[in-house]
Ligand binder design. Structure first.
Ligand SMILES: [Zn+2]
Ligand SMILES: [Zn+2]
Length: 104
């Protein structure tokens, strides 16, 4: 993992890191998020892209019963697949870039 991030990758991670948790937001709360990298099942050894990232709080990310790392099934049932979330997040980022602010 020595490869430096490109400027665009850094920018992406910064935007995601500044967004509220997607799942909490669906429940009407704004909670600070961390970055989750989506792993696509497209082949062996493919490292996750910094662009396939979504904002999740630590609970929805890796510690809660409903989280992408610990309770994926429950998470997907409630909030949708990572791919669906990614598409929504990307759309929001595009919108916010035009308006110059980042919020869902
Ligand atoms: Zn959350
Ligand atoms: Zn993750």
């Amino acid at each position: 993992m020595k490869k430096n991030k490109t400027k665009l990758e850094k920018e992406r991670l910064e935007i995601i890191g500044n967004m509220p948790c997607y799942a909490c937001y669906q429940d009407g709360r704004e909670v600070n998020a961390e970055v989750h990298h989506i792993r696509k099942h497209t082949g062996m050894g493919l490292r996750p892209s910094h662009f396939d990232t979504i904002p999740l709080c630590y609970e929805h990310h890796r510690t809660g019963k409903i989280s992408v790392h610990l309770g994926k099934k429950a998470f997907v049932k409630r909030y949708g697949t990572e791919q669906e979330i990614l598409e929504k997040v990307n759309r929001e980022i595009e919108k916010c870039k035009e308006e110059n602010q980042v919020i869902f």
